[in-house]
Design a protein around this ligand. Structure first.
Ligand SMILES: [Fe+2]
Ligand SMILES: [Fe+2]
Length: 180
């Protein structure tokens, strides 16, 4: 099993008491009502957006350590990268048409409201995470890391949600019912 699969699986059982270093970078933002409230929105299959954000942040943490990126900015950007207040599966009133292209902008606005001290790197992480769907590439190592972690986690989420036998590869997740 690769380090990334291990990190992905571990992201389902993170504990502030035992994963102190990871949480030390994000305590101030991760436990806000806005981020915790992401649990009400589905992301892929039965996996909600808070779990997605958590997985992306933890996989980004492993990558940031490996490639010598700034841990605090990488993790804060990862926590905030999908901060939008709607279920993207539901068309609603049309205000989030073209969700894939537009939600990084929505997330950046919401993140700026939540945190008035965002750095340029953190803003770039949020705004460019959908590259290459949105054509301007990320500007910083930290932004590339979160963009790659986001795709990796989305891929795992789709496999877990669509292919029941895939959960067999993840013994720690076997008791969770990710398939609908
Ligand atoms: Fe996103
Ligand atoms: Fe995402």
């Amino acid at each position: 099993m690769s380090d990334f699969q291990k990190a992905y699986i571990h992201s389902f059982s993170l504990n502030p008491a035992t994963d102190k270093e990871f949480f030390s970078y994000i305590n101030d933002v991760y436990f806000t009502d806005e981020i915790q409230g992401m649990s009400q929105y589905p992301q892929h299959g039965a996996i909600d957006r808070l779990q997605h954000i958590t997985s992306v942040s933890y996989v980004s943490y492993i990558l940031a350590k490996k490639y010598g990126a700034d841990l605090r900015q990488t993790l804060r950007g990862a926590v905030l990268h999908d901060l939008f207040y709607y279920d993207w599966h539901i068309a609603g009133d049309g205000s989030h048409r073209l969700h894939g292209y537009r939600h990084p902008g929505f997330a950046l606005k919401n993140a700026e409201k939540l945190c008035d001290d965002l750095t340029g790197i953190e803003k770039n992480i949020i705004y460019r995470h959908m590259w290459p769907l949105t054509p301007t590439p990320p500007k910083y190592k930290e932004s590339f890391i979160v963009s790659m972690a986001d795709k990796y986690c989305a891929f795992q989420e789709v496999l877990l949600s669509r292919i029941p036998s895939y959960t067999d590869k993840f013994p720690l997740l076997a008791n969770n019912n990710f398939t609908k």
